[in-house]
Design a binder for this molecule. Structure first.
Ligand code: NAD
Length: 300
């Protein structure tokens, strides 16, 4: 019999992830606080759950893809209290990007009840969610991550076991902090070149074959028109929003504070994304994060 998945949070990411589980033959029960998200999920083949309780009743797996840690903690512990509604046979996989401390709290509360909990934040964005090519960074017991793999493999191409509970969240924020740093570095290098008479396409091609080569330059060039497929060439629409990068940098800085780690580049990146988010009274937080190029002036 097909496995039953209770899916919470059918937004930009959760919607297409749930749709891929339906395609793989899972019975997916969708629950979201926004009715339109549930309606879309039903069109994709999910069934609508009337309540949190109805969603998890007899479910083999619970998956959540929520905006933040407070919401996740409320769903599992303090509010709806899903951990009190399910038993040890149900595997919990939280794919939301939240603080490692929140993930550890949910896992510890699960453990008290004999419930397996895996944190599995993702990289790959909406396009990766649609194409089922996400990277999952998992934290939890090895056996539980193996069990999660059976479901996650239908939504992603790479599934990593980063370590104990919360380790998936740490891997995710380390990655995104580095992403912010090399995106800003790439933007400032392009601006310097253009200010000194270089064509941004020519400069990009040179750096791609030189020691400055990096993912932002290779896959996501922030200068409009250099790379047809990049958000920069469609008015910075779509992609990974500034406000999500701000959130991830906030989580990275929180982790750095807790571990007394020195993260000067991450701190500067956070500061620059804060400045840029409301630059000149404009709200830039809904634009793709590569639009930080505009902070440096020339491409505006
Ligand atoms: P989103 O806001 O589009 O979706 C979140 C969904 O959760 C919404 O539909 C919302 O109504 C729902 N929700 C809120 N409270 C709920 C509750 N109590 N019960 C059920 N549903 C509830 O956000 P998103 O872009 O899908 O991001 C989800 C998570 O994935 C975030 O943690 C984000 O940081 C992470 N993420 C996003 C991207 C991206 O490119 N969008 C990439 C990687 C990771």
């Amino acid at each position: 019999m097909a496995k039953t998945v209770a899916f919470f949070g059918l937004g930009n990411m959760g919607g297409p992830m749930a749709a891929n589980l339906v395609k793989a033959g899972f019975q997916v029960r969708a629950f979201d606080v926004v009715p339109a998200s549930v309606q879309q999920a039903v069109q994709d083949g999910c069934s609508a759950a009337a309540s949190e309780q109805a969603a998890v009743e007899g479910a083999d797996v619970v998956i959540s893809m929520l905006p933040d840690g407070a919401i996740a903690e409320r769903l599992y512990i303090d509010g709806a209290g899903l951990l009190n509604l399910i038993g040890p046979a149900t595997l919990v996989i939280d794919c939301s990007t939240i603080a490692a401390a929140s993930s550890r709290r949910i896992a510890a509360e699960g453990k008290k009840r004999g419930i397996r909990v895996v944190d599995a934040p993702v990289s790959g964005g909406v396009a990766g969610a649609q194409a089922a090519t996400l990277a999952f960074m998992c934290g939890g017991e090895a056996a539980d991550v193996e069990a999660a793999r059976e479901v996650l493999q239908h939504m992603g191409a790479n599934i990593f076991h980063a370590g104990a509970s919360g380790a998936g969240q740490i891997a995710k924020i380390c990655n995104n902090m580095l992403l912010a740093v090399h995106m800003i570095g790439t933007a400032e290098a392009l601006q310097l070149g253009v200010d000194n008479g270089l064509d941004p396409k020519v400069l990009s091609n040179i750096m791609l074959k030189s020691s400055g080569c990096n993912w932002s330059l290779e896959k996501y060039n922030p200068w409009p028109g250099v790379m047809e497929t990049a958000p920069a060439s469609r008015g910075y629409q779509g992609g990974f929003m500034v406000r999500l990068m701000q959130k991830d940098l906030g989580l990275a800085m929180g982790a750095a504070l807790a571990s007394h780690s020195s993260t000067p580049m991450g701190a500067l990146a956070q500061s620059l994304y804060s400045l840029y988010g409301e630059l000149g009274g404009e709200d830039n937080t809904g634009l793709d994060f590569s639009s930080i190029q505009r902070l440096f002036g020339g491409s505006r």
